[in-house]
Design a protein around this ligand. Structure first.
Ligand code: SF4
Length: 169
């Protein structure tokens, strides 16, 4: 059978919500609406690594972009992205099409249109109080910024879209 030669890159948690900060999951396993859409269209799915899970593990706290914005975290993001970007270069050379990248709006790492901002660190008594200290700010998260740079460096152009999890049924 002929392969479609079409692929998308999905933020890790769209296929595995277990990677999210405890208390933030809005579905049980995978984001069915998104996954099923691509399966129906015969589009292959590449799962991006979760930058926060691979950096701080599953017991991490929720943090904002300004907290994650350190040279070390940016280096980590690039480090886990390079293998994927190299695959994309190879696919492109052989005529495959990467249709889009799907991020998670609101995430300090995987946001595309906006990310969480504002909490500057220090002790907080409750998760509720921490949430009140956060605001949404326009612009991509750290991981998406580093992915954009790597794509540009490798002469790749891929459209980015995002799921707004607040709208997940
Ligand atoms: S860092 Fe990205 S992939 Fe990981 S849980 Fe957050 S939004 Fe999902």
């Amino acid at each position: 059978m002929q392969r479609s030669k079409k692929m998308v890159l999905l933020a890790h948690c769209l296929l595995n919500v277990n990677s999210k900060v405890d208390g933030l999951a809005l579905y049980k396993g995978a984001h069915k609406q998104t996954i099923c859409k691509y399966i129906e269209q015969d589009i292959g799915i590449i799962q991006l690594p979760c930058p926060e899970m691979t950096y701080l593990g599953i017991n991490r706290w929720g943090m904002s972009k300004n907290q994650y914005d350190t040279p070390k975290y940016r280096k980590h993001c690039r480090g886990i992205l390079i293998d994927i970007v190299e695959q994309l270069v190879d696919y492109k050379r052989k005529g495959y099409e990467i249709q889009e990248i799907v991020g998670i709006d609101g995430s300090p790492s995987c946001g595309v249109n906006y990310h969480s901002h504002g909490y500057t660190g220090g002790m907080v008594e409750t998760a509720e109080k921490q949430k009140k200290l956060l605001t949404e700010k326009q612009g991509a998260g750290i991981f998406m910024e580093e992915l954009t740079k790597l794509l540009r460096e490798n002469d790749l152009q891929v459209k980015k879209i995002a799921i707004d999890e607040k709208e997940t049924p």
